[in-house]
Design a protein around this ligand. Structure first.
Ligand SMILES: [Zn+2]
Length: 310
């Protein structure tokens, strides 16, 4: 008898990754799309329906989607996605369920990354954890008492905590959010501004490579990154008293370069009793977003577990 499987969709600013997982969270099949190509609703929905056609041989029991924004988790309703315009007030769950014969569940993408890490990865069995996804923007999730800290809305958008009175315009429409100091596009902008016209980069990954070669501008950018993120995280340590902070997303690839500065800054700013036993770690799971989305589809249909507190 074929095992139950779930389709997980990890919707990021750059890529949309879809995959089939089994009920243990093992990835069986994966497909990647450019987010740019699927930014129109019709294309997005069309690709999901053709995926289901391609994955027919699996005994799919549900679809989980992690979207980068504020979601009403109960209704699977997207309020808005700060870095992807055009999806405001969209009832994704009910819209999709009318077109596919499977239950659909939607949550914030960082919540689902956290869900997979807490069930199977770097945060397994911990009670209080802060997760940050360092990518196009700054996604976040907090696990408290082993549960995603949220109710009806996906909530806890730590990336949109303002840390400055400055005029850095954020994707959310406001100014001075921490995301505008540490997100990929802001790091690129900062590097290109400091380096002048000669050495333009397109991605944080290139700033990392330059940093490894001791490029002075790249090291300055990572120094500023550690300073801002460290100060911000010190504040979050004071609020949540976490056992671990786990960093994922593309920009966390530069962990080696920013880790020492980040730890120094957190230690400088956080209240010392909250630093006891605190661990800073890199995310462990490959494909955490897809697996977390698949786990959402699975756990939302089990009673009671993930949704019991929603
Ligand atoms: Zn913001």
């Amino acid at each position: 008898m074929a095992m139950d499987t779930y389709l997980g969709i990890d919707w990021g600013g750059t890529y949309i990754k879809a995959g089939v997982i089994d009920s243990e969270g093992k990835l069986l099949k994966k497909k990647i799309y450019s987010s740019q190509r699927l930014k129109e609703k019709e294309f997005f929905i069309f690709e999901i329906t053709s995926l289901l056609e391609n994955f027919k041989k699996y005994k799919l029991k549900g679809i989980g989607i992690g979207a980068p924004g504020i979601i009403n988790v109960k209704k699977g309703f997207i309020y808005y996605l700060p870095n992807i315009p055009g999806w405001e007030n969209f009832p994704l769950k009910s819209y999709l369920e009318k077109r596919v014969s499977l239950p659909v569940f939607v949550d914030n993408d960082a919540n689902l990354f956290a869900l997979s890490e807490v069930r199977l990865g770097a945060a397994k069995d911990l009670e209080r954890v802060i997760f940050l996804t360092l990518g196009t923007g700054l996604g976040s999730s907090v696990i408290f008492d082993k549960q995603i800290l949220r109710r009806e809305n996906s909530a806890l958008e730590l990336g949109h905590v303002p840390i400055s009175l400055g005029r850095n315009l954020c994707g959310c429409g406001n100014y001075g959010c921490i995301e505008t100091f540490v997100g990929n596009k802001y790091l690129v902008k900062r590097f290109n501004k400091l380096s002048g016209k000669k050495k333009q980069v397109k991605e944080a990954k290139e700033i990392y490579q330059l940093g490894l070669k001791k490029d002075a501008v790249a090291l300055k950018v990572w120094g500023e990154f550690s300073f801002y993120l460290g100060r911000f995280l010190a504040g979050m340590v004071n609020v949540f008293n976490p056992q671990a902070i786990i960093l994922g997303g593309g920009v966390s690839g530069a962990y080696r370069l920013f880790r020492p500065g980040l730890i120094a800054e957190i230690k400088k700013q956080a209240m010392w009793p909250n630093l006891k036993g605190l661990k800073l770690k890199k995310a462990k799971m490959k494909n955490a977003g897809i697996i977390g989305a698949g786990l959402l589809a699975k756990e939302s249909q089990m009673k009671p577990r993930l949704m019991e507190r929603a």
